[in-house]
Design a binder for this molecule. Structure first.
Ligand SMILES: [Zn+2]
Length: 275
């Protein structure tokens, strides 16, 4: 199983307890708007995000967030939540399990697929699962339902952003397909939730996974900010359509290092970056 998608609940709870105790966890949109207005963020400000729209966010994560009163933003792959588009990388993951692949083989295959033009990647995934009788994914790996999304939205602690409709790597799509992914995602969310999303998270989120064209399309469709997976802190002068973000910590120690800035300091020091 792709462990990067999943944290044991006990670790997640311990990380959240640390954040609740030592940090000012704020809604991402509030943080982005303060930052865009050129205002200073509160000390130790931090936002929590989840990508894709997995059922585990509601079943496992949400009770912890509620107990601690921590706000969070979930970025939805709308076709996944609709039940019309399984996440392609989950299919690859399940096919790898069925074939008895090790983690190294799975990761090599995922990184190969992420570099292909989208149509070729989809064909390769279909070919890879053809003939395998895959069991359905575990319940927590299934999508959130729109009812769960609406419930969380209504209760006010969690809000939602866009994460495409079918989870392609946007830079591997032509302009028309990129626009369709962004627009369909926005429209499905508006239809189901009654509000248009204004935050977006890039699929995969690396430097070459979106383009200036992607950024322009997001602006045109009403998005205020987009998150990458490029690690870093929210500083003045950053591009709003390419905001930095840290991946999920796998231990409390790692969470502390990332949130406190110790990790960043070490990275800058190693990179000779003296800013
Ligand atoms: Zn994703």
């Amino acid at each position: 199983m792709d462990d990067s998608l999943h944290l044991p609940v006990s670790v997640f709870r311990a990380v959240c307890e640390l954040l609740a105790r030592d940090y000012r966890v704020m809604p991402l949109l509030e943080m982005v708007r303060l930052w865009r207005a050129g205002q200073k963020l509160p000390p130790r400000a931090l936002a929590i995000t989840f990508d894709d729209g997995l059922g585990s966010n509601y079943q496992l994560g949400y009770p912890v967030l509620k107990a601690l009163g921590l706000p969070a933003t979930i970025f939805l792959t709308t076709g996944f939540v609709d039940g019309t588009h399984p996440l392609w990388f989950q299919e690859v993951d399940r096919a790898a399990q069925a074939r008895g692949w090790g983690r190294a083989e799975l990761y090599a295959e995922l990184s190969r697929l992420k570099r292909l033009p989208d149509a070729e990647m989809r064909e390769a995934v279909s070919a890879g699962v053809a003939g395998l009788n895959l069991p359905p994914p575990a319940e927590v790996m299934q999508p959130l339902t729109w009812d769960q999304v609406r419930e969380m939205l209504r209760e006010g602690l969690v809000d939602f952003g866009g994460h495409t409709h079918t989870h392609p790597v946007l830079a591997r799509c032509d302009a028309a397909q990129q626009e369709a992914e962004i627009q369909t995602c926005r429209d499905r969310m508006e239809q189901e939730l009654g509000v248009r999303p204004v935050l977006f998270a890039y699929t995969n989120g690396g430097q070459g996974d979106f383009t200036t064209q992607t950024q322009a399309l997001l602006r045109r469709h009403g998005f205020e900010a987009a998150l990458t997976m490029l690690p870093g802190r929210l500083r003045p002068g950053r591009e709003a359509m390419a905001l930095p973000r840290y991946g999920n910590p796998t231990t409390v120690l790692e969470a502390r290092a990332v949130a406190s800035g110790a990790f960043e300091l070490l990275r800058q020091w190693r990179g000779g970056d003296r800013r």
